[in-house]
Design a protein around this ligand. Sequence first.
Ligand code: UDP
Ligand code: MG
Length: 316
Amino acid sequence: MDISVVVPLYNEAESLPELHAWLKRVMEENRFSYEIIFVNDGSTDTSWQVIEQLARANSEVKGIKFRRNYGKSPALFCGFHRAEGDVVITMDADLQDSPDEIPELRRMIVEDGYDLVSGYKQKRYDPLSKTIPTKLFNATARRVSGIKNLHDFNCGLKAYRRDVVKNIEVYGEMHRYIPYLAKEAGFCKIGEKVVHHQARKYGKTKFGLDRFVNGYLDLLSLWFLSRFGLKPMHVFGLLGTLMFLIGFVAVLVVGFGKLYAMYNGMPYRLVTDSPYFFIALTMMILGTQLFVAGFLGELISRNSNLRNNYQIEKEL
Ligand code: UDP
Ligand code: MG
């Protein structure tokens, strides 16, 4: 099969028939063999009935129905699991992404050899309250992930070589960072294509401003995991040692300072009167705690079933 289209959706009943008809037209014009996997993320409207109707009339339509709303990432995860096409396309169900981009996206994967091609909504039809934070967000994501050529990490329209979606695990709200996940899994040829974007036609957006707070926290987590996920002691141990050293030096200053003064008949004070005493106390406690965190991290990662989960591309 040439293409699997994975569409996560939550309460998008009005858009679905239009989206399906448009996808079908594009696929037939280009003579692609394809499937469309609608992942109904616990919609409370009639989305699932619409999907059932579409599936009855069209053999290429497949559906997954969650019992409750889990979020876009879990929906993508299950869609990826089911996808059989050589190229997997993800797109939003709200008609903001255009199916007309699919042939070119596929060409970039098949002919230009990209592992992942992300859409870039250069001209967006979203409110300013969304576009400005998005710019900042993307700049940070570029820095942290080291994928310098992407302008729009969170674009719903993306194309993947099948290997990519079968070897990454999207979870939580990590759909914003799929290119980063792909890069961490060793799929480095990541490209971008400017895509046409439209204002939402039906329904309303499912994500509020909290997306930016959560987005940054997720980016921090990913950064940490990608660097220290398998060796937590390397970060906690280093920080712990630094703290402990500072504390230790402070102890020496306090202790020897007082002894020196005592034996030389100079006036001296209680150690608790010295600021170094408190620095020493705090730093040594913090240092020890960081070490304990490091050991706990090592215990957890040693027992994790991901500890020896490597991406082996080929074997002879
Ligand atoms: N979506 C989903 N589960 C959710 C929230 C959203 O499957 O919990 C889907 C939604 O139906 C749409 C896509 O994710 O197809 C993108 O959502 P939306 O258009 O609201 O995001 P925006 O375009 O505002 O970034
Ligand atoms: Mg949208």
